[in-house]
Design a protein around this ligand. Sequence first.
Ligand code: FMN
Length: 250
Amino acid sequence: MTEFEALEKRISVRAYEKRPPAPQLVAELQAAVDACNAGSGLHFQLIDKSAAQKPAVKLAPGMFSGEVYICVLLVGPEDALGGELVGYFSEKLILKAVSLGLGTCWVAGTYDRKSVTPELHEGEKLWGVVPLGYAVEKIPLLQRTVRSRIRAKDRKIETFVESDYPYTSLPGWIRAGAEAVKAGPSAVNQQPVNIVYKGGLVTMRLWKEKKNEMMYNDLGIAKYQFQVGAENAGVRGFWNFGEDGEFIAE
Ligand SMILES: Cc1cc2nc3c(=O)[nH]c(=O)nc-3n(C[C@H](O)[C@H](O)[C@H](O)COP(=O)(O)O)c2cc1C
């Protein structure tokens, strides 16, 4: 499965089988975590409780079902830029997990904090957790309802791009990037990120006046999603981080 196919397939999985991922997959996930941490200043930690058959994290039973034996603790610098980096690299990791056939969910709130013990260096914090396991084949009604209710509030695609041009006349790769941003996860599906295409430059910004720290995770996630969507439409590039950071097409 390509990264773009994983992007198209990804949803937040809230119902897991009681079956640990195969060791080969865990090794690939560990390599992906190490790649995220290398040179980024992040401190993601893979927790593997499959041998003990114990939950790697206790997820809120009202929201989640089944068991997860593997999770990644999203530890990174506690400032806004750290939040954005956590978002960007967590999404890279999530798409990798989906391409390996696993289900995931970004979880910032609905888990028992006492059930995990992250290693924290000075200036770092735990931004959230990513459970990793096999999604049950048929999504239970409760989870389906949670998702469709929250996704019903999706913004219209045209509102994702601020530009001097109408949405329909924007370059195809920018529209592809916008579609990918829309398809991505965001906290409570708030979709707080806009793509700004002005004077030939592509940047992103948080459009809501009232900011919260999870929006910086959303900003990083949106940057990664945009990059994968644009690349699939033929334009490879990379982002500068920070709220006004530009997308540099290669
Ligand atoms: C920063 C962040 C925090 C999130 N926290 C939670 C959470 O605590 N519990 C939960 O069930 N989902 C959480 N989510 C998942 C969102 O609810 C989900 O991405 C959104 O509703 C869109 O649905 P989808 O991911 O299935 O496309 C979080 C997502 C992000 C990006």
